[in-house]
Design a protein around this ligand. Sequence first.
Ligand code: ADP
Length: 744
Amino acid sequence: MSDNKLNCIGVMTSGGDAPGMNAAVRAVVKTALFYDIDVYAIYHGYQGMLEGGDKIKKMEWGSVGGILHKGGTIIGTARCKEFREREGRLQAAKNLIEKHIDNLVVIGGDGSLTGANLFSEEWPSLVEELLKNDEITKEQAFMHPRLNIVGLVGSIDNDLTGTDMTIGADTALRRISEALDAISSTAASHQRTFVVEVMGRNCGYLALVSALSSGADYVFIPEYPPEQDDWAQALCNKITENKKAGKQKSLIIIAEGAIDKHGNPIKSFEVVEELKNRIHEDARLTILGHVQRGGSPTAFDRYMSTVLGYAAVRHLIDNPDDAESVIIALQKNRVKAIPLMESIRKNQMIPQIISERKFNEAIEMRGGSFKNSLDTFRTLSRAKPNKDAGPKSLNILVMNAGTLAPGMNNAVRTAVKTGIDKGHKIFGVYNGFKGLISDDITPLGWMDVEDWTSTGGAELGTNRKIPDNRDFYEISKNLEKRNIHGLIIIGGFVGYAGAYRLLDKRNEFPAFDMPIVCIPATINNNLPGTVFSIGADTALNSIIEAVDKIKESAVANQRVFVVEVMGCYCGFLAMLSGLATGAERVYVHEKGITLHDLQDDVHLFKNAFMEGRRMGLVVKSEYANKIYTTPFISALYEEDGGEVFDVRQSILGHIQQGGNPSPFDRSLATRMATLGVDHLLKLISDGTKDVVSIGLHGGEFEIFNILDLERKMDVKFERPKEQWWLALEEIVNLFGKSSHSKDQ
Ligand code: ADP
C-alpha cells in the first residue's frame, strides 16, 4: 500500500450509456483496490447518489469480474432532474459523506460533467448547510471539506473538445460500419441510393468518419453544411454524375443535426424526397438509432477506457490537494489531466458558433483529426472519375508489400482515385515486389477500385519478397518500359526494406531515381515513425473477439488459457489485446521472459485459484522467447498448476490478418493514401527524389525521410527502438499480478 492520503473513491456512470464504460469502471475499482483505497460504485448515476442506501455499494475485486466485453454499463446510468436543483445535491452530498466519499470519478457526457463540477464548487456550502441542519456531525464536516472530481468522457458522439476520443465513439463507428457494409451489399444488388442517418445532434464526427471509411458519396454534418444554396440540386448532380460514370450504388450519410448553410435543419427524409422528386432516384432511408450505442466495445474502447480509469485514480492519489476538477483526456496518444470546466465551456460554445454560421471556427475547435478527415473527404468527394490523362500526366505505381494488413484495399483505392483525379495514370502492381519483378502490372481505373472499401484481404495481393540480386535489373526494365515517375508502397517492414534497397541501387539503375512514398500497413505495428500502422486496429479487434469466445468456453472449469498472438518481435498486439481482454499476464519479447517470472506467475495463479478464481488468461507474443515457447509455457503451467487448474493453449494464427478492416483502419488508410499521393506529386514536381514514409502522431501526420528512420529502428528485431505502448505494461501488471484478484 502507498502512503497516500486518499481513503475512499466513488465511481459512477451518468447520462447516455457508452460502450467502454464498464472497462473504465473496472479500471477505477481495480486501481483503487490495488492502492488499498475503498471504492464505491454509485448505481444509476445521480439518481442513485440521491437515493443513497444500497445504491452506493462497496466494490470488491470480484465485483468487476467478467465485464470488460459487455456493452452498456453494469452499474447503470440515469438522468436525474432533482440533481439539477440544490435541494437534490444537498441530499446527494449527505449520502456521499455517510459513506466517506469525497473523491468522485464521473464517467459521462458534458451534462454529467457539468453537474459534477457544480456539485464540487458548491460542496463547502452544502457541507455547511448539512451541519447547520444537524444532518451531519462536526467531525464529518471536518473530514470532508472538499469534493474532488475527475471526469472521464463517455459519449458515443466524440463531441468533447480537449480529448481526441471519447469512450464509446470507436464502438459506435464500428456498429455504423457493420450496418453500412450490410446496406452496401444490398444497395449494389438493386442499383440503389441509400441515405443513412447516424447520431450526432451537434457533432458530425460519427457521420464524417463513417462517410470517409465507407467511401460514401455525400455527407451532411452540422459543422460543414453544403456550400450551395440549393443543396438538393448539388446532391442530385453528384448522384447523376456517379451513374454516368457507371457507379451502381450511392451512399449518403447524414448526421441527425445536419443543417444547410443558413442554419436550417436538413432532415434525412427530406434528402430522400429530393432525390425522388428531382431525379426519380429510388432512394431508401435507414435511421440507425440505438444500434449505434449497443454491443460489445471494440478493442480501442476497452484499452483506452482501462488506461483512463487507471489514470483517474492515479490523478486523485497524486493530487490530493488539487481542488480543481479535471477531465482525463487523450491528447495525441497521451493521457493528460485538463481543467474540466474550461473544456466543457469551450465545448458548449460549438453549437453557438455553428448557429452563428462560423463553420470554419467550429471545424477548428473539433481538432486536427476532425479537420484532416473532413479535408480528405472533401478531396475525395470532389474527385472526378473521367479525367483524361493530360499532357503533364505522370505514371505512378501503387503496390502492397509484406504480409496482409486489413485496410490495404482502402489505401490502394484512395491512391488510384486521387491520382486519376489529378490527371495521372495509376498502375497497380500485383503481389508486391514479386509482381514488380515479373511485370505483373496493370493500369487501374476508377471503377476497378470502387468497391474496395469494405473488403478484407488485398485485391492487389501482397508478398513478403524483398528484391535482391538480379531482381533489380528486372524491376528497372519494368519501370523504364512504363516511364514510371513515382512509386507508392503500402506495407510493412518488407515494403520499407524494399524501398530502401531501390534507393541504395540508384547508382546502378537510373530508373530507381524517383520519389517513393511508403505507407505503413502491418498488423504488427512494428514500423518506426508512426504510432499506428494500417491493419493493427483490425487485428486487435479480431483477437479480442476470439478471446471473448475462448473465455466463454471456460465457464465450467478452473482453467488458464495461454493465447499466442502475432507480432513477430514486436509485442504491440500482445500488450494491447492483453489490456483489452483483461489478461493477467502478457509476455512480449521487449520485456523478456525468465524461468523465474514463469514460476512466480504460476504461483500467483495457483493462489488466486485457491481463493476462488475460475479462469486465467495469459497473452503471449509469438516470438516473445525462443526457448519459452507457447507449448513450453503451457506445459509448465499445466505441470506446476497440478490439481488446482488446467491449461489450454490457443495459437490464434491467421484470423488476425483477416476480416473486414475496422473503421479506424479504413479512415487511416484513406487519409494516409490521400496525403501519400499529394506528397509524391509534390516531390515529383519539386524534382526531389526522396524516399519517405508517412506516420501518424495523435491525429496528425508526419513525413519522414527513410534514411532518418533507420536511426529509430532496431534492425535486428524489426521494431522501433522506442515504443509508446510499452508503458502500458505497468497497468497490465498492476491488475494482473495482484494476488487478491478473483476477476474472471
Ligand atoms: P450526458 O452526461 O450524457 O450529457 P445529460 O446531459 O442528460 O447527459 O446529463 C446527465 C445528468 O447529469 C442529468 O440528468 C443531471 O442529473 C446531471 N446534470 C446535467 N447537467 C447538469 C447541470 N447543469 N447541473 C446539475 N446537474 C446536471
